[in-house]
Every structure is written in structure tokens, then in C-alpha cells.
Design a protein around this ligand. Structure first.
Ligand code: AMP
Ligand code: MG
Length: 187
């Protein structure tokens, strides 16, 4: 089955997904697929530049990345339900992307905004935006609403999973059990 996982930056999505990788699931990162397309076109050199590109370019490489990711039948795609661009929220899964990917399940990873605030401060590997607590809260709300919309558009369920500090294992167990119950233990 095709599973789409979204969560705002710093929610711990990648950390939760590392647990799923260890369990033998195929995980593909949408940002990586976009960055490859951006590099060959000389649009950007790093993943944190992608959301600063003009919207037309983001949409162009977003669609190209979807074509590449569509080859995987059983996959968990690590992405964003909404990208915080300078001109507003950009949907991570607009209708053309949903039509290309045909997802079976959407998972929204969420956390306490204060925990996200602290995680972003302590992540030296990334150029995270220095949003206020209030901005983090509203992006998380928008993200959930985008997730609900994708679910309604496709008829595939939306599962909300909390990733609380120190509880990565609980979050990954929940995801694994839902995926296994959905596809009869396949993957
Ligand atoms: P990440 O490493 O998951 O934070 O992703 C890196 C960057 O890739 C994000 O900041 C976005 O600019 C971009 N990205 C990832 N998924 C999508 C998507 N579905 N649509 C548009 N941009 C995306
Ligand atoms: Mg990530």
C-alpha cells in the first residue's frame, strides 16, 4: 500500500520513520526526490532552499518528484501536507500529485508546539525557520486541515499520530500496526 506521512518541520517525522526503516519498510523522502530534480535544473543546491523558490518552480519539481515516486507500490512517503512558503501555505499534495500517487492512507504526525519549538532550536543540521510558538501552532492546524482535505478528496483514511518527547517507539508501533492491519501483513 501507499502511505503518505506529513508533519511540520521539527515534529520528529524523520526520527519516527527511521524506526519504520529498521522494521523493513521502504521509506522514500519527497524532499529528496524534489531536490534531485531541482539540482539538475540548477534551481537549488540544498533542501532548505526549496520552499524559497518561486511557486511555479516548486510546483514543477513537485510534479516531477511525484512521477518518480509513483513507481513504488509498497512505500511510505515522508513529506509535508503543507509547505510554509513566503507567499502562504503550498499544498504538498495538490490534485495532480494525488492523481499520480493514489495514496491508500494519510498519516499526520503531530506534537506539542512547545516541544517542536525546542526541537527546532536544537537541530544544528538544518536551517529551520525560527517561527514563534503561535506560528508553529497555526501551521500544525493548517497541516491537519490539509490532511483532512486529502482524505476527503481520495476516500483514503487520515490517521493522526502524536510524537511526544521520548515516545518515538510508541508512535512507530502505532503506524506499523495500522499499516499491517490495512494490508494483511504485506510490505
Ligand atoms: P524535509 O526534509 O522533509 O523537511 O523536506 C525538505 C523540503 O522539501 C521541504 O522544506 C519542502 O520545501 C520540500 N517538500 C517536501 N515534500 C514536499 C511536497 N509534497 N510538496 C512541495 N514541497 C515539498
Ligand atoms: Mg524531515
Amino acid at each position: 500500500m501507499k502511505v503518505i506521512i506529513g508533519g511540520i518541520p521539527g515534529v520528529g517525522k524523520t526520527t519516527v520513520l527511521e524506526e519504520l526503516l529498521k522494521d523493513g519498510f521502504r521509506v522514500e523522502n519527497y524532499g529528496d526526490a524534489m531536490l534531485k530534480e531541482a539540482i539538475v535544473r540548477d534551481y537549488a543546491k540544498s533542501r532548505d532552499e526549496l520552499r524559497k523558490l518561486p511557486v511555479v518552480k516548486q510546483k514543477e519539481i513537485q510534479a516531477l518528484a511525484a512521477e518518480k515516486l509513483a513507481q513504488f507500490k509498497d512505500v511510505i512517503i515522508d513529506t509535508h501536507f503543507s509547505v510554509n512558503t513566503e507567499g502562504g501555505y503550498l499544498p504538498g499534495l495538490p490534485v495532480n500529485v494525488l492523481d499520480t500517487l493514489h495514496p491508500d492512507l494519510f498519516i499526520s504526525i503531530e506534537a506539542d508546539p512547545l516541544e517542536i519549538f525546542e526541537r527546532r532550536k536544537n537541530d544544528p543540521r538544518r536551517k529551520r525557520d525560527k517561527d514563534s510558538l503561535e506560528k508553529i501552532r497555526s501551521h500544525m492546524e493548517a497541516n491537519r486541515e490539509y490532511g483532512i482535505t486529502y482524505s476527503a478528496m481520495t476516500g483514503s483514511p487520515l490517521l493522526v499520530v502524536m510524537n511526544e518527547n521520548g515516545k518515538v517507539k510508541e508512535a512507530s508501533f502505532k503506524i506499523i500496526s495500522v499499516i499491517r492491519s490495512n494490508d494483511g501483513g504485506g510490505q
